[in-house]
Design a binder for this molecule. Structure first.
Ligand code: BGC
Length: 246
């Protein structure tokens, strides 16, 4: 059973067909740069470019890096103010012709981890975290997604969102040593523990690449696991979101 997933991020738009039985990509993923400014029109054209590459005319699932409710964008996050209130699914359909299901990007990555990765069979409260341009979060209770939790927007000092303190992009920008980044991640994981007491936090995105070095530096009491679907989680989860079209 093959579906198509697109993961839209602050720096790249990546897509591939996915086999939902195995949770694996069936062709090498293709990437186009996220246009800057990331306006609705420019992004819809980039999505079309990606679908044209695969000559894909079937339904498409998209993970989108803002709050998304019933296909509608509800925040600008790291994109562009013109996105707010746009019906993303309808816009993409009008430009590409395909049917679209659009959900939050971190919710999509979490769906993949819960089905094929470190969250498989995990019950209770599981939080999946994606460390990238921002911090994305997926919340699952007994395996069921509760959408649109924006834990990257919890505040730290001076009312800034915590993603401006601990995201992977901040590590790169500030040239943080791994020990310094670990300290910031501890702050964030302890914060999560204080607000929702997760049974498990699954850590994906930038941190998963250097997990062996990073894990011993973390001292939070919350149970942590590294994401297993790595780079592809967003694409796989987005494809999963479109399965109602089958
Ligand atoms: C956005 C989230 C998104 C995350 C990762 C945050 O800035 O508010 O909706 O999931 O970045 O892309």
């Amino acid at each position: 059973m093959q579906l198509f997933g697109i993961d839209i991020g602050g720096s790249g738009i990546k897509g591939a067909p996915v086999d939902l039985e195995t949770g694996e990509l069936t062709a090498e993923r293709f990437r186009v740069e996220t246009p800057r400014p990331a306006t609705p029109d420019a992004m819809a054209k980039a999505v079309k470019q990606l679908l044209d590459h695969f000559k894909w005319s079937g339904p498409v699932g998209v993970g989108f890096p803002t709050i998304v409710s019933k296909g509608q964008c509800k925040s600008m996050s790291n994109l562009h103010k013109d996105w707010v209130n746009v019906h993303i699914d309808k816009l993409f359909k009008s430009v590409c012709g395909n049917d679209f299901v659009v959900i939050n990007d971190a919710d999509a990555a979490g769906l993949a981890e819960m089905s094929y990765g470190a969250g498989k069979g995990e019950d209770g409260l599981v939080v999946t975290i994606t460390l990238g341009t921002g911090i994305g979060s997926g919340v699952f209770h007994d395996g069921k997604l509760i959408p649109n939790f924006e834990f990257g927007h919890l505040r730290y000092k001076k009312f800034k969102p915590v993603e401006k303190y601990a995201a992977d992009s901040i590590r790169k920008h500030k040239k943080l040593k791994l020990t310094e980044w670990a300290e910031r991640l501890d702050y964030f994981f302890n914060y999560l523990n204080r607000v929702c007491s997760p049974d498990l936090i699954i850590v994906g995105g930038g941190a998963s690449k250097r997990w062996e070095e990073l894990e011993p530096l973390l001292s939070t009491n919350v149970r942590l696991e590294v994401a297993r679907t790595k780079n592809e989680a967003g694409i796989i989860g987005a494809a999963m979101a479109s399965k109602d079209f089958l």
